[in-house]
Design a protein. Sequence first.
Length: 107
Amino acid sequence: MLKIAPFHAPPRLLLGPGPSNVAPSVLRAMSQPLVGHLDPVFIQMMEEIKAMLRSVFVTKNEMTFPVSGTGSAGMEFCFVNLVEPGDEVIIGVNGVFGGRMVDVAER
């Protein structure tokens, strides 16, 4: 039977556009047990995060909430919530992501 040793990544300082180093506090948080999205502890944590986001964005809007997703998901989220049919938008296309936003805007 083939025995494979566990992988241990050597320490690196990553200075590129990504992947990037993770803060030790994030690594500690990621080592905690998972909590389901309907767990009362999760719901309380989400309420605290929403309150902090309202403070950051200087708003009292109760619909302020984090969305987990890629950068493209974030850009699409903004488009579909800010652009209405008939609106004109300017999109700089210099690669895949600009082209993707053109597709989103056209839809």
